[in-house]
Design a binder for this molecule. Sequence first.
Ligand code: HEM
Length: 504
Amino acid sequence: MLLLIICASIAAIFVYALLINKMKGLPPGPPPLPFFGNLLQTDQDMVKVLAGWKRRYGKVFTVWMPEPTVFIADHELLQEHIVRNGDKYGDRVAIPLLAGEGGEGLGLLFNSNAIWREQRRFALHTLRNIGFSSVAYQVGCPMFRRDVVNVATKELTIRYAHEIVARWKSEGANGKPIDLSYGIMVGVSNIVWQQLFGRTLPFDDPLFAQVRAHTRVMIDMVMDPLITFIPLIPQIRHLSRFFGSSVERSIAASKAFNELVKKELEIVKSNVNVDEEPTCYSEAFLEEMRKRSNAGEDLGTFSEKQLFAACGDLWIAGFETTVTTLRYAFHFMINNRGVQEKCQREIDERIGKRVIQMADQKDLHYCNAESLRFSSINMNTPRQVSEDVTIAGYEIPAGTGISPEFSLVHIDPELYERPDFFCPERHLNDQGELVKDPHFTPFSIGKRNCIGEGLARMQLFLFFTTFIQHLSFSSVSKIPPELKEIITLLRYPDKYEVVVESRD
Ligand code: HEM
């Protein structure tokens, strides 16, 4: 009898796995297990796994995580649905624990309501304005020799880039191998922190390393199988001590991160000067609250809880992504010395030794290409459809998860010959000019595309070009290091060291 029950259960699991997508009218996909879905197959290099599923099941496929999520991995379909019918694809699936206070419908990343719509507009507008306003630069930069000056964000980025170059020169003197991570981390942190809270910190201040450590734990734990079950079994969160370290560590990191953001907002509130133009996102937010309150208007979606959640989301979305892209770029440079030399030649011929500005971007085609395609950070952040839709002939009901998977478009061999080959030339025409490529969308598309694209592109350009203008980067041994990656919700290059040589 027991044998019969076991055989019947196994047969039922097989039937479920093979037929569930068909029965629900969903696109085909890897057979899911009851309850677990495909989660046991997702704790690895997701872009590779998804590319395999695309080859097997086609341009639209279903992955159960553990709820069904429809992946769209084709440029034309992404344009048709995510861009031209964007309104239906603007909602998000909340990610447990990372959603933090935003999980209550607040923030910018994981909410899907009227709060998100108004707050996204406000954040886009504010980040654009802040970029041109004045900020205090508190670090004595050897190149500029002033301790406190007022500069715009672009200028601030240039100054940090030069400060980092000076530090790497001394740290890496006499061929001593160095890890670029700390310098890149401090540069990017200061730019994003300044945008959010209006202040920068000295190079050796330990705060950024602490914030980074907490956010890394939060991001890295998202794909942990236990955490992915929180939407199905919310009690896991409260019983964390019985479920092992991943849930506990993630909750502790999220609490510690929230404390640091709260402290920073207290500093903003106590220093804000209401008679002056806001210099950062938080000041602009508080100013909007004050304006509405003084006019006797309803505060609408503006509240201190929303400010807190939005700052957390902007940091999580904006910091590690930029640091990681730069760390990949330099790994590619030491593995492709010919590319690095071409970048340097382009800078030498068109800019020389003067300070590189954003306006130079139009002349530095070669430097701008390929790193972003090659380091597609990882699978996209899932959304969900707000009404019934038909994708490639499949009727997808409202509320189903959707992942616009442009990372798979970036490695589509029909669009990019030998996609795993790092080759900036593929983006250039015969005159060496950058060709606009509609298939290449590293900041995503549609209603939930990246709101920090301008800020990120500015940092990537100014940091990257200034670094290789003044330094040459090479590997520690004759054989360049293999690209070892840590794969979680994001993908990071593992720690690597380089040798730097001054070009000045
Ligand atoms: C190299 C750096 C960056 C990359 C590659 C990147 C990429 C992305 C991607 C792929 C998305 C998801 C879009 C989707 O759901 O389809 C996103 C969303 C987002 N990004 Fe970025 N990002 C970067 C930097 C930044 C920066 C600097 C900020 C701001 C400080 C930022 C803020 C956001 C926010 C708030 C969202 C959520 C938008 C929404 O859901 O409405 N990102 N980003």
